[in-house]
Design a protein around this ligand. Sequence first.
Ligand SMILES: [Zn+2]
Length: 122
Amino acid sequence: MKLIRITEYLDIELERERWRCNRCGADFGPAREPWKKGALIRERDPREIHFPIGPSKEFNFSFDPKWMRIVEFYCPKCAVMIDNEYLPPGHPLTWDIQLDLDQLKAKHGVTPVRKRRESGPK
Ligand SMILES: [Zn+2]
């Protein structure tokens, strides 16, 4: 099994084209789709993280929760926080990592499982 490090917490298993947690090996789904689909997602009120400072309700160095949410992504198996992002409420999740898997396989000398089966013993 060939694992390629993509981020601090995410690997790709090249042969099977799967996202993997590099702490516990949890499978996050197909590598040709967003890894976030396989993550545990938590939406947080930004005031829990950026505490309002001062007496003003409007100008307080925090975010208005009507306009901004903090979305955290965790591994569903080991609970490591993989990433977080700031999004307006209702905004779809971003697809932040799209890789050319065919090129990555060629670079690392990985033959797709399908092709190996086709050219294997008969
Ligand atoms: Zn994990």
